[in-house]
Ligand binder design. Structure first.
Ligand SMILES: Nc1nc2c(c(=O)[nH]1)N[C@H]1C(S)=C(S)[C@@H](COP(=O)(O)OP(=O)(O)OC[C@H]3O[C@@H](n4cnc5c(=O)[nH]c(N)nc54)[C@H](O)[C@@H]3O)O[C@H]1N2
Ligand SMILES: Nc1nc2c(c(=O)[nH]1)N[C@H]1C(S)=C(S)[C@@H](COP(=O)(O)OP(=O)(O)OC[C@H]3O[C@@H](n4cnc5c(=O)[nH]c(N)nc54)[C@H](O)[C@@H]3O)O[C@H]1N2
Ligand code: SF4
Ligand SMILES: [Mo]
Length: 737
């Protein structure tokens, strides 16, 4: 008789990190649902979770390495694939230097413990400055602003939604995205509960989004206007004597400098730039200042714009100035059980963050958090000279669809001498590789969320074992990265397990000094990511300190707690959390103050006739889930939303097609007329355009959609963070008849 087994696992598909309950019979998943007793997500899931089965069973998902011979991929053994890399990659480094090899990291890296924990090892071994990731298409402005204010790149304040009376959301649609830089499963349920207890939800977005639909109030904003709106709000807080620091008073530096810096940004001055009236700006400031428990939260719409770092800084400046930072119901700092720099070392002050330790070769874009902007990748390959990129390793990244000017990136990838991809598909990017090393299905590996407990709406710890076994001949993803690390270190033929032991021992020696031997002994039964996770949990704020605190946390206890372990609601952490050199919250970091001059110069920029913004959809995830039948079925979702008055003026009709152009770049997309759009603003999802030759995505190819990023400009960035500008880009639109 077939035996059914039940497994618990965190969903790796988005930042909500929902706990899943999977049933398996005879090695096949028979059901995937929300895990009702999960301490964090309490049974919530979205339709994407079910698609994990489709992903696992997808016939297009790679299971064997591919090596390109005479322009065609042929199946290869793991030994053959690694030998090819060992033959070609070190030779390029020897000849052209370390910086001739780049690494590009994509979004799924943060959702898989093996990838996230072993990527730094590979990057270190490569010794290259050319590290690119989705962070500069996404949240780098948030990380830079938080780093400068609080002293660590991952000290990010998130709304304590379960205790708030007021939540103001800019440029985020958590009802669909399920939250980002804020791990909050079932946002919708929590927002409804907030309103049911008499609280208010205000959404500021150029589209009346699904989140706006459940809000008390929605305010249209001109794309790219957030920094100006927020400067107007901060101006009002000072002008009307509403700025109150409360408990934070002894912990904040720079208030006077901020007050001075926002003087040119009176509500009347910024109103046109953000298309929100001066009265409404003042009212917003008063509402936020007057609320007992409130948080202002901004996400990708506030990051992927020219003044992204400024906007993200001012969001937290408002939280500080209105007494809502670090207070219950306000914007608070999670305390993660492991891997959080803000729970390590001396507390209350630290080294802070810096940028620009080096710069990109061609654009001279400053390094931020050890990375260069993804929008520099193509030019670094194209531009001859010392330091020119000759080789690239991509790990779970699809920049041909996900980064601006994708066609330029595609052409550049063909000019490389060598490219390796660690990926699960032959897609728009990996089709350019010389070797593809297939990653695992998420169900085949154990999981602990390395990153997201640092962003959780509540403190907890959860881990899950692999649901299905990995075929005997296949390496886990961490072993793939470890082997690449060994190749980069000239140890291609050495013993991998021993190499892993050495790397772990070196880590422990750095962290534990004279106690290193005892610490290593305590985790001697573990290997790979499990060893690193156990080490981090046991040394972490809830940890067992390797036996000193017997009641404390370790991985064994976590595996034995299928519902996870709850550490309660977020608790105040200032000043302990701070790692700035001053030991204060820097509310006016000089780098950010200096950017006000650029903002002032842009105050009178007129609004273009049409700008385009992005949009996320429940049944899609960036560029790579369009091959899963459970999600792909149904109508074409890659539609461009157009306001009815604009549609009339342009002769666009619902269901018809529009040509959207920027300079010589043009795409065409199906029109959806929608009064949810602000006039003059179009909305198109990104990650589509699955009609490129050589990709092997048979389901996605049936409804390829249009690639928004084929249209966007890779030369415009937020200069402070290096983040791409993906929102509010001026375009021309016309009907295709
Ligand atoms: N215009 C516009 N562009 C955007 C955005 C936008 O809002 N507008 N958003 C940006 C944002 S926020 C992000 S995060 C980026 C995302 O862009 P990317 O970081 O490029 O990530 P994805 O598009 O999700 O592509 C994921 C890649 O990982 C592979 N993959 C999936 N699962 C696994 C796995 O388990 N193992 C391995 N090894 N590989 C796997 C997929 O096949 C695919 O190649 O896109 C950005 N691009
Ligand atoms: N279903 C689904 N969920 C996802 C993803 C997905 O692709 N699909 N992607 C995941 C990833 S990688 C990320 S980073 C998160 C992102 O999570 P969110 O930040 O919630 O992402 P979006 O839904 O794109 O919401 C961005 C909003 O910003 C608005 N906007 C655009 N420009 C501006 C502007 O200038 N100002 C303001 N105020 N608003 C603006 C857009 O209209 C849009 O409603 O979602 C994650 N979750
Ligand atoms: S919201 Fe959906 S995709 Fe995101 S973690 Fe939960 S189930 Fe997975
Ligand atoms: Mo993202």
């Amino acid at each position: 008789m077939a035996i059914e087994t039940i497994h618990h696992r965190i969903c790796p598909l988005c930042e909500a990190c929902c706990g899943l309950e999977l049933k398996v019979v005879d090695g096949r998943v028979t059901s995937i649902r929300g895990h009702d007793d999960d301490v964090f997500s309490r049974g919530y899931v979205c339709p994407k979770a079910v698609a994990l089965k489709d992903l696992h069973e997808d016939p297009d998902r790679l299971r064997t390495p591919l090596v390109k011979r005479d322009g065609k991929f042929v199946a290869a053994s793991w030994d053959e694939a690694f030998s090819e890399i060992a033959r070609r990659l070190p030779a390029i480094r020897a000849r052209h230097g370390d910086d001739a090899v780049a690494i590009a990291l994509g979004n799924p890296v943060v959702h898989k413990a093996g990838l996230l924990l072993y990527v730094p090892r590979l990057a270190r071994a490569l010794g290259t400055r050319n590290v690119f990731s989705a962070s500069t298409l996404d949240q780098m402005p948030k990380q830079l602003a938080s780093g400068l204010m609080f002293g660590d790149w991952l000290s990010i304040a998130v709304p304590d939604i379960e205790r708030s009376d007021l939540l103001v959301i800019l440029g985020a649609n958590p009802a669909v995205s399920n939250g980002s830089m804020w791990t909050v499963p079932d946002f919708r349920g929590k927002a409804k509960a907030l309103r049911a207890r008499g609280g208010n939800l205000i959404v500021i977005d150029p589209r009346r989004t699904e989140t706006a639909e459940i809000a008390d109030r929605h305010i249209f904003i001109r794309p790219g206007g957030d920094a100006f709106l927020l400067a107007g709000i901060v101006h009002t807080l000072f002008a009307e004597n509403l700025a109150q620091l409360g408990r934070m008073a002894p912990h904040v530096a720079g208030v006077d400098a901020l007050a001075e810096a926002v003087r040119p940004f009176a509500p009347e001055r910024v109103a046109a730039r953000c298309a929100i009236s001066a009265d409404a700006i003042r009212q917003l400031a008063r509402t936020i200042a007057g609320a007992e428990r409130a948080a202002v939260y901004g996400r990708i719409g506030t990051c992927t714009q020219e003044f992204g770092t400024l906007a993200n800084w001012l969001i937290d400046a408002v939280n500080v100035l209105t007494r809502h930072l670090d207070e219950p119901g306000g914007a608070m700092f999670p305390k993660a059980p492991a891997f959080a720099a803000n729970t390590r070392g001396a507390t209350g002050a630290g080294r802070g963050v810096t940028t620009g330790r080096h710069a990109s070769r061609v654009s001279r874009a400053p390094e931020v958090f050890g990375e260069l902007p993804m929008t520099c990748l193509a030019e670094e390959i194209e531009t001859p000279g010392t330091g020119q990129l000759r080789a690239l390793i991509t790990v779970a990244a699809n920049p041909v669809l996900s980064a601006p000017n994708g066609p330029r990136i595609a052409a550049a990838l063909d000019a490389l001498d060598f490219m390796v991809s660690v990926d699960v598909y032959v897609n728009e990017t990996t089709r350019h590789a010389d070797v593809i090393l297939p990653g695992t299905s998420p169900l085949e590996e154990m999981h602990y969320d390395v990153a997201f407990p640092q962003l959780g709406y509540r403190n907890c710890a959860r881990a899950g074992a692999a649901v299905l076994p990995l075929a005997a001949e296949r390496p886990a993803e961490w072993e793939i990265l470890l082997k690449l690390t060994a190749i980069a270190n000239g140890r291609a033929d050495g013993d991998l397990a021993q190499f892993d032991d050495e790397l772990a021992a070196a880590d422990v020696k750095r962290a534990a000094g004279e106690h290193a031997a005892a610490v290593l002994e305590a985790v001697a039964h573990r290997r790979g990511p499990e060893r690193l996770i156990d080490l981090a949990l046991r040394a972490g704020p809830y940890g067992d300190r390797f036996g000193l605190k017997p009641d404390g946390l370790n991985l064994e206890k976590l595996f034995a707690a299928p519902n996870g372990i709850d550490f309660g609601p977020l608790a105040p952490r200032i000043p302990e959390l701070l790692r700035t050199p001053s030991g204060r919250i820097e509310i006016a970091p000089p780098l950010l103050l200096s950017d006000f001059a650029r903002a002032a110069a842009a105050l009178d920029q007129p609004a273009p006739d049409f700008v385009i913004v992005g949009r996320r959809q429940v049944r899609s995830n960036n560029s790579w889930m369009h091959n899963l039948p459970a999600l792909a079925k149904g109508r074409n979702r890659c539609t461009v939303l157009v306001n009815p008055a604009d549609a009339r003026r342009l002769g666009l009709r619902d269901g018809g097609r529009a040509r959207i152009a920027r300079g010589a770049n043009a795409i065409d997309a199906q029109v959806e007329v929608s009064d949810a759009m602000m006039p003059g603003v179009l909305s198109l999802p990104h990650g589509w355009g699955h009609d490129l030759p050589g990709a092997q995505l048979n389901v996605a190819a049936l409804q390829p959609g249009a690639n928004l990023n084929a249209l966007l400009d890779d030369r415009v960035r937020d200069p402070l963070s290096g983040n791409a500008v993906l929102s509010g880009v001026a375009v021309c639109v016309s009907a295709i008849t």
